[in-house]
Design a protein around this ligand. Structure first.
Ligand code: OAD
Length: 239
């Protein structure tokens, strides 16, 4: 399987094709960032509707901020792993490369990836719910008050029930519309719209390689699935 995936990747690199990568929490698991689902997943111990919805936030901003401050302090201690670094190397070799990530941890940029779209926002961004200003602010624990207008600030992430940033979503669809090879790495492929990205790439005629520790809904005919750790498989795939 890995030989076949390697062949697909090498052919795409040689022909100057567009490589689109979609990552999920699994790619950061080996860096120590908790995933959402599965045995050790965050959603085992916390209820998304109490922490990751606009309703939860406006009901109890203090509790939601406490949870995000806890995650921010945890992620601040994490560094990119071999899988993040492999994608940096891949971007340098590819004629055209787009990285779409559902992760809010910022580890792709920290590793050195350039053309990255954070479809669920960034845990390091803070947005004012009053004046709308958004800044990167790593202060910890973060205050809930906007420095500009004194309004209530919120984490710059996308919560359940919220729309994705239009520009980011537009860039994602544009990338998929010219994709020749797609790598889907470390996602349960359950949350829309990212869960449909592989189908969009397939419909346009791209090859899709799915890398995951366990079976996910993308383990099906027409998609080449490699089961194992991203931090081990990706460096092997890239030789
Ligand atoms: P999930 O936690 O749903 O899934 C993580 C996936 O990574 C699972 O399929 C694991 O099998 C896999 N995995 C774990 N460790 C791995 C490793 N070392 N190598 C390869 N794969 C590994 O995370 P996402 O799919 O990213 O959204 O979740 C999608 C969205 O749901 C998140 O962005 C978040 C969450 O609720 C919001 O908060 C809006």
């Amino acid at each position: 399987m890995i030989a076949k995936a390697k062949h697909l990747l090498d052919s795409c690199l040689e022909s100057g094709g567009h490589i689109v990568v979609l990552t999920g929490a699994g790619i950061s698991a080996e860096s120590g960032v908790p995933t959402f689902r599965g045995e050790q997943g965050l959603w085992r111990n916390y209820r998304p509707e109490e922490l990751a919805t606009p309703q939860a936030f406006f009901r109890d901003p203090k509790t939601v901020w406490e949870w995000y401050n806890w995650r921010r302090s945890l992620i601040a201690e994490c560094v990119p792993n071999a899988a993040h670094h492999a994608l940096v190397a891949l971007e340098k070799r590819a004629a055209k490369f787009t990285l779409l990530t559902q992760n809010v941890d910022g580890l792709h940029a920290l590793a050195g990836s350039q053309n990255v779209y954070e479809v669920h926002g960034s845990i390091w961004k803070v947005r004012c719910t009053n004046c709308g200003s958004e800044v990167v602010d790593r202060a910890q624990p973060h205050s809930t008050v906007c420095a500009g207008c004194g309004g209530l600030t919120r984490p710059g992430v996308v919560w359940f029930g919220e729309a994705l940033d239009e520009a980011v979503l537009g860039a994602a669809f544009e990338a998929l519309s010219s994709c020749d090879l797609m790598l889907v790495i470390g996602t349960s492929a359950l949350v829309q719209p990212s869960a449909s990205f592989a189908d969009i790439a397939l419909a346009r005629g791209a090859s899709v390689i799915n890398i995951n520790l366990e079976e996910n809904p993308l383990v099906r005919p027409g998609i080449l699935s490699l089961l194992g750790k991203a931090g081990e498989l990706l460096p092997r795939l890239l030789g």
